[in-house]
Write a protein that binds this ligand. Structure first.
Ligand code: B12
Length: 216
């Protein structure tokens, strides 16, 4: 899908740090049927963060700018949730629960939120429970929700060790819950070899393929 024009318009609003225009423009793309929710996430929202470059020398200001941009995208995602709920009703449901989160010390959460939305759109009963989630909280969530799967999103390679510990405990206390992992930290083969997991899903398309396999 060619969305170059729409992407440039959206990026301009983001560069101006104009939250109002960014949010309204993104939602107008759905309201006017210019693109699907999936295309909005894949071609507009995700790249606007992944390719974010700070043109200011001061590092502190750059981190602040990243926070601001993330907060705009987060507001859009929260608003799109209503569209997802409406569309999900028409789609075929998969009777499987998935808890999505980022583990302790992992603050990058936009990928996890988007992933939880893609899972909902694919028919799963998915719940995002938060970022920077400590091991004990994860284990209590699994006890309370009794999901079929847990999906861990990890971006920072420094968080591989904590992820490894969490996966070991899940396998020990909840052997029936399948572990899905994804995120930039797993781009490295070395990171993968230390972790006990059931599925590695790289991107949004992989979620769709996974859903089709579960449906069979
Ligand atoms: C926004 C941002 C932040 C924000 C995050 C705010 C928030 N609430 O989320 C803040 C300012 C907090 C931040 C902090 C840091 N950040 Co930062 N951040 C980013 C930035 C610009 C965007 C991240 C993002 O949201 N991407 C968009 C989403 C959609 O992409 P994604 O998460 O990769 O998800 C995709 C896939 O990976 C996949 N996926 C992800 N998870 C999962 C899970 C499953 C189950 C599945 C199926 C798929 C999947 O699906 C998505 C679609 O394809 C990236 C740049 C980049 N290239 O991504 C840097 C980046 C990730 N950050 C980086 C760094 C270094 C840091 C800090 C260490 C910086 C610092 N000096 O403090 C800290 C670490 C904080 C921590 N402890 O976690 C580096 C990581 C480099 C590396 N690999 O080591 C990056 C790549 C920047 C860079 N080029 O150096 N960051």
């Amino acid at each position: 899908m060619n969305v170059k024009n729409e992407y440039q318009v959206f990026l301009e609003y983001l560069k101006q740090e104009n939250k109002e225009k960014s949010v309204l423009y993104a939602l107008s793309l759905l309201d006017e049927n210019k693109m699907s929710i999936e295309d909005l996430y894949k071609n507009i929202l995700a790249p606007s963060l992944i390719y974010f470059e700070c043109d200011v020398d001061d590092k502190e200001i750059c981190i602040w700018k990243e926070h601001l941009r993330t907060s705009i995208i987060r507001t859009i995602l929260e608003s799109v949730y209503a569209y997802i709920v409406k569309r999900k009703i028409e789609d075929k449901k998969i009777d499987k629960k998935i808890v999505v989160l980022t583990p302790a010390f992992e603050y990058h959460e936009i990928g996890a939120i988007m992933v939880s939305h893609f899972m909902l759109l694919s028919g799963f009963d998915a719940t995002y429970i938060g970022a920077n989630t400590p091991k004990t909280e994860i284990l209590s969530a699994l006890r309370a929700y009794e999901p079929d799967y847990i999906a861990l999103s990890v971006t920072n390679p420094y968080n591989i060790v904590v992820t490894q510990q969490i996966c070991d405990e899940i396998k020990r206390f909840f052997p029936n819950i399948k572990i899905i992992i994804g995120g930039q930290a797993f781009d490295s083969q070395a990171a993968l070899s230390s972790i006990r997991y059931d599925y590695l899903l790289k991107d949004f398309d992989a979620i769709k393929t996974f859903a089709d396999e579960v449906k069979l």
